[in-house]
Design a protein around this ligand. Structure first.
Ligand code: LMR
Length: 334
């Protein structure tokens, strides 16, 4: 039943619109004890407190409600109200601009990522989602991705012939092909089984995801490549968001801002703690690249920036590179 009809019916029964509890379903694909999982729960607490219980937030972690490939469509039809997908997953919506974040080594650190997402570039990217019925509220981060496989990945040649799971991003598939591997796009919830059964040989993710999904149990090597960030877009169904009473929307916006500060404050430590736990588990050899090895990997992947100018846009790639250069310049002045 459309909300507007329900409100009218309840009003006719003497229930003012302000008395009804609004349910906000927040679905995501990672474990609860990850930066995104903890921030989703933090948002739940903050949102229910800020709206004095007028909004009830139900968080569904670990692909319990919807998994990759289903969740965006579920949001668009209003079956869920909020998601926080990796920005590498908007390509199937026809929005490839976000794949600028997937270009290896373009964004060198989290400070650059946040300067890009919190500025004009981030706002412009969110505006690309509006025509698809999606409103972007915030960007969360989960540090940088590392490669894992059942052989030590030190040089581009080590990737040759490896089937590597990637998210649904043309850039990430091209990255694997550029290294001589075979990309396999797959839902995050299916990766552990695929690694265990040898359907894929390796993958890439921040260590917090590798550890909480137990990928270290089925990956003999973890290479600290830091080849690209994992960035989340916290998004809502536009019709739901625009239909909220203004005071409720403002309260939820404030809760989201605080949850974003919380998420960014824990992300680096969560990934460091996960790496310590991987080392302690002893199942996976951690490979530290030398400067020369990292340089060779970076050089092998550099051509992707030009290759993707037609689909992502030379101007957008250039703008992100300019932000990275500005961050570095500001850092030198400190
Ligand atoms: C992945 O699919 O590898 C990640 O985007 C999962 C996540 O949301 O962190």
């Amino acid at each position: 039943m459309p909300r507007i009809v329900l409100v009218a019916l309840l009003a006719a029964l003497g229930f003012p619109a302000s008395a009804q509890v609004i349910t906000l379903k927040f679905s995501h694909v990672v474990a609860p004890d990850t930066p995104k999982g903890k921030a989703a729960d933090k948002f739940r607490q903050l949102a229910e407190a800020a709206t004095k219980g007028r909004v009830k937030v139900e968080v569904f972690p670990n692909s319990q409600l919807y998994k990759d490939g289903d969740e965006l469509e579920a949001l668009q039809r209003g079956a869920v109200q909020m998601l926080a997908p990796s920005v590498s997953k908007f390509g199937p919506l026809g929005v490839r601009d976000f794949e600028v974040f997937d270009l290896p080594y373009l964004l060198p650190d989290t400070e650059t990522v946040n300067r890009v997402t919190d500025g004009e570039i981030g706002r412009r990217l969110f505006s690309r989602l509006e025509p698809r019925g999606i409103t972007g509220l915030a960007y969360w981060d989960n540090g940088f991705k590392q490669f894992s496989a059942n052989r030590a990945l030190r040089t581009p040649a080590d990737f040759r012939g490896l089937k590597m799971r990637v998210q649904s991003s043309k850039v990430l598939s091209a990255m694997v092909r550029q290294l001589g591997g075979v990309p396999q796009v797959m839902a995050f919830s299916e990766v552990y089984t695929a690694l265990q059964q040898g359907v894929v040989d390796g993958t890439e993710n921040p260590v917090s995801n590798l550890y909480t999904q137990k990928h270290h149990e089925v990956q003999k090597f973890l290479t600290l490549s830091n080849h690209g960030p994992l960035v989340y877009a916290v998004i809502v169904n536009k019709r739901f968001w625009d239909g909220l009473p203004a005071d409720i929307r403002d309260a939820l916006g404030g809760a989201m801002a605080e949850a974003t500060r919380f998420e960014r404050a824990i992300a680096a430590k969560e990934n460091a703690d996960s790496l310590a736990l991987v080392r302690k588990a002893g199942t996976t050899q951690v490979v530290e690249l030398t400067d020369a090895e990292r340089g060779a990997l970076r050089a092998a992947l550099q051509p992707l920036q030009r290759e993707f100018e037609p689909s992502i846009g030379r101007e957008l790639i250039g703008s992100v590179a300019a932000v990275a250069a500005q961050v570095e310049q500001d850092r030198r002045k400190r």
